[in-house]
Design a protein around this ligand. Structure first.
Ligand SMILES: [Zn+2]
Length: 260
């Protein structure tokens, strides 16, 4: 559920500046179908791995979460099996304390001109293996989505696709001017750099089972947060989540990068 393991805030910020300079397409966006390739990672001896029967349902679920956007995803042939125990449980690099090196190596199996999705067993610990998925940003050198097998057919795949197509978390606070204000006054230079996603304090521990925000947190100006618990790039965990119009435009802006 997190960003690429290589923290590159300067690069991310530069990309954002480019994004803001560019004309994000307005109005009705033409429908686009994006090819995806699913790679199922198994142990060296071919054991384990997600059942291939789950591939089509998972992509159907992905498309359902993108239904209100102009984007849909189409499978490029059947799943590719990669029998390599080094990727089955994604290794944590002892130096960088991240999954980036292992994921970059895994991405050497990428097929060209498609979104490559690697279905793994899990992510090793430490850090605690709570991660359900991991995705590169469009401006990262290696391009991949890695997802735990038991999260493939859930909203998590759509969340990771959002990162892959250039979206930050709605609670992002490490880039630009940092925390976004509730009053929206710094929405273009802080937070996720989008203005139709309200300031979000990170909803991981602040939504209840009914998808209600239960926090009482305030922003740096003292205003109480009124986050959108139904945004797919939040950590609300709500079942029914959507992309905002500006998030959709941002993903469209980054689409050509798929063909790099
Ligand atoms: Zn995430």
């Amino acid at each position: 559920m997190r960003l690429d393991s290589d923290p590159t805030p300067q690069k991310d910020h530069d990309a954002l500046v480019e994004l803001l300079k560019a004309d994000m397409p307005e109005g009705n966006l033409p429908p686009k179908v994006i090819p995806v390739k699913v790679h199922i990672i198994r142990e060296d001896d071919g054991s384990g791995g997600m059942s291939p029967d789950l591939v089509i349902p998972g992509i159907d679920t992905l498309n359902a979460f993108f239904a209100q956007t102009n984007l849909q995803f189409s499978l490029c042939g059947g799943p590719n099996f990669i029998d390599n125990s080094d990727f089955y449980v994604v290794a944590n690099d002892p130096v960088s304390q991240g999954y980036g090196p292992a994921l970059s190596e895994m991405a050497q199996n990428n097929e060209p001109d498609v979104v490559n999705i690697f279905v793994v067993d899990s992510f090793s610990s430490p850090p605690p293996s709570i991660f359900a998925g991991w995705a590169s940003f469009p401006w990262n050198q290696s391009q991949y989505i890695a997802i735990r097998h038991d999260f493939f057919d859930t909203f998590t795949l759509a969340h990771e696709m959002g990162h892959f197509l250039g979206l930050y978390h709605t609670h992002e606070d490490l880039l630009g001017d940092g925390k976004e204000y509730v009053n929206g006054s710094n929405c273009l230079s802080a937070g996720d750099f989008l203005c139709d996603t309200p300031a979000d304090p990170n909803l991981l521990y602040y939504t209840d089972d009914n998808c209600q925000y239960v926090g009482t947190l305030t922003d740096p100006l003292g205003d109480a947060y009124q986050p959108d618990v139904e945004n797919i790039m939040s950590y609300s965990g709500c079942v029914e989540t959507l992309f905002s119009p500006q998030q959709t435009r941002r993903m469209n802006y980054y689409l050509p990068d798929l063909h790099e």
